[in-house]
Design a protein. Sequence first.
Length: 275
Amino acid sequence: MEFGEILTLGRVGIGTKTPAAGIPLHVYDSKSVAGTAYPLARFGNANTGHGIQIEYDYNNAGEPIGYIVNTYTTAGSDIKIGFGAACATEVAISIANGTGVGIGGNPVHKFDVFYSGTDYASFIYNSSSSANIYGIQINFPNKNPTGGYFIGCTDSGGYEAYVTGTGFWTNVSDLRVKDVDGETASKLDDILALTVIDYTRKNDASLKPHIGVTAQDLEEKPGFAHLVTTLSSEENEGKGERKMIYKAGMIPIILKGLQELTVEVRERLDALEKV
């Protein structure tokens, strides 16, 4: 067994006499004891506190003022990887015993992501070239859940929307969160002026047929224009301007048109009965 070698070039080898060039500390082991493999290294600290620190800057007294990596343990065998003494400057990853894993902070649930910037808190990218690719799948053990939800969306006021266990999208429509301006004006003319089209998606190799409308058409109709959002090229990941439609918002407008038609039909029927 090779116990190691300290070279004058500033490299240290443990378990090898030929530490790799450019690696200050090279630990190597290819053996097992009684058929059992053990870790390359084990660090023990009888006191609650730091495990491994990689320092990058010092003050005039030679004391570290920053860390590239700082592992820190707390009561209950919690583990933190972050920056600053005791990871107080920033927690990159926190593994809390009995709770879960936190990225950017200490977890409250099984997996938490904490972020205060203006970009995405998380981004999932699948680079597969397969015809069928997936992003996120959420599974429930209950075959037919009657309560709970797959995705919940909250803000400082509470829930704004969620996807239920049966797949329904539900968003807040409480009168107490609305400033009502009165009953909406007639929308029948705008509905009748819409162009409903048959189309296929340009990025859909299967050419699956669809029926729908376009954002450009809705923009030109006063009763529908508020449902259109235009993303700049920058907002669209640098891929050019793109227009989006809040399709669920079309339902109340169609209901209004149905009410108008119903009133008109009833008036005509009443007039015919009087003839």
